[in-house]
Design a protein around this ligand. Structure first.
Ligand code: ZN
Length: 75
């Protein structure tokens, strides 16, 4: 696996390969896996703790992009 393919989960801060993660992006105020542009954040797809909307909203807001839990749309 190439070094450049490692990503960091925004919730737990652990690093993982892209196939273990879901990329969420902003489309206006909504953070979802379906948007194609904008700042991307990665979360572990198989981890209930990382796929938690409140945890994602808190982590992303802490990184400078304010978002409410109800604006996080998970696949
Ligand atoms: Zn995680």
């Amino acid at each position: 696996m190439a070094e450049g393919s490692i990503r960091t989960c925004v919730v737990c801060r652990r690093r993982a390969a892209p196939e273990e993660l879901v990329r969420l992006r902003f489309e206006g105020p909504v953070l979802s896996a379906t948007a194609h542009e904008g700042r991307g954040y990665w979360v572990h797809r198989a981890s209930p703790a990382c796929m938690d909307r409140a945890a994602i909203a808190k982590a992303v807001t802490a990184r400078g992009h304010k978002v409410a839990p109800e604006m996080v749309r998970l696949p």
